[in-house]
Design a protein around this ligand. Structure first.
Ligand code: DGY
Length: 324
């Protein structure tokens, strides 16, 4: 480290007390939020700093770091890091860190909230009532699908997938199937109450399918028209992972046709754009990527990212600790 105070760029407004921790060790450069698509602005901010605290909004690859000669650490405030080109950062000797664990339960909570909202048509009911459609009580108004006693499918069985499985199995008495790159040890399967299934078996046998897997080039549109056609008629789909996992036009079509009863999305392929084909549907719940957005969890994520950034720069209270 040079004999000057390191400079760090904080890409998003965070909590003042966490930024103050950084300011004890570094010169902090905070800026208005940069557009997710403004590569030149990102590159300009990264040039001349030693570290950056970024979020999924900042997409950083070879072009953005080309002029960032002093950059040593990019600390992502988030568990998913598909906004970072890891091979490009590694090739440049830049450490990348993320914030696993601290957001697992909060994100699983949102997954369940969305599942319930979609399956029991809560948002649709709210809108319908406010629009003045409720003439009189009727036996058949807003009939939805049960969670209890149904089969829940989870695609991606990392920390968040397992937290969802526990909620489904232990909390709602659901039968839980999962598909994952690798099968979990038998004792973990037993603890979370989930059974491994092949991809097609999962699609064809679950009443509700929840996506909780990291996005990679290999699983782009893993839920496409073909996969949607294999799902049980009347099933529910929930995506709390990344938008690129789902072919949104194929999903809109399956919902419009009534092949799927309902869906809920917290993530989109081209955030913050949400396709008009999705917005037009009544049987879909749309939230603006708020999986980890509880106050306590967002604070914990920022704290972990600050710790990671300082550790990566070799300064701060835990100097010498390997970055997360
Ligand atoms: C994550 O951590 O990856 C979330 O999507 C951002 O809150």
């Amino acid at each position: 480290m040079a004999d000057r105070r390191p400079r760090v760029w904080v890409a998003q407004p965070l909590f003042d007390d966490t930024v103050a921790q950084l300011a004890a060790y570094c010169d902090v450069v905070a800026t208005p939020v940069v557009s997710a698509h403004d590569s030149a602005a990102l590159a300009a901010h990264l040039a001349g700093v030693d570290g950056a605290l970024v979020t999924l909004n900042e997409r950083i690859g070879a072009d953005e770091i080309a002029g960032a000669r002093s950059l040593k650490v990019v600390a992502n405030v988030g568990v998913g890091y598909n906004n970072l080109d890891i091979p490009a950062l590694s090739a440049a000797g830049i450490i990348a860190t993320n914030t696993p664990d601290v957001l697992t339960e909060t994100t699983a909570d949102l997954g369940f909230a969305l599942l319930m909202a979609a399956a029991r048509r809560i948002v649709e009911s709210d809108r319908w009532l406010r629009e003045g459609h409720w003439g009189q009580w009727s036996f058949t108004t807003m009939l939805g699908a049960d969670l209890h006693g149904s089969t829940l499918g989870i695609l991606g069985m990392g920390r968040i997938g397992q937290a969802i499985a526990r909620r489904g199995h232990h909390g709602f008495g659901m039968r839980v199937l999962y598909h994952n790159r690798s099968r979990l040890p038998a004792e973990v399967e037993q603890a979370v109450g989930a059974r491994y299934a092949g991809f097609d078996e999962l699609l064809g046998s679950v009443d509700h399918l929840l996506l909780a897997l990291p996005y990679t080039a290999q699983n782009h549109h893993v839920i496409d028209a073909v996969a949607l056609a294999k799902m049980k008629p009347g099933a529910t789909l929930v995506n709390i992972a990344r938008g690129g996992l789902v072919d949104e036009l194929a999903l809109a079509d399956a919902l419009a046709q009534g092949r799927l009863a309902a869906a809920a999305l917290d993530v989109y392929e081209n955030e913050p754009q949400v396709r008009p084909e999705l917005r037009a549907l009544r049987n879909i719940v749309l939230t603006p990527h708020i999986g980890s957005a509880s106050l306590a969890t967002r604070r914990a994520m920022v704290q972990l990212a600050v710790d990671n950034l300082l550790a990566g720069l070799g300064i701060g209270p835990d100097a010498g600790r390997p970055a997360n």
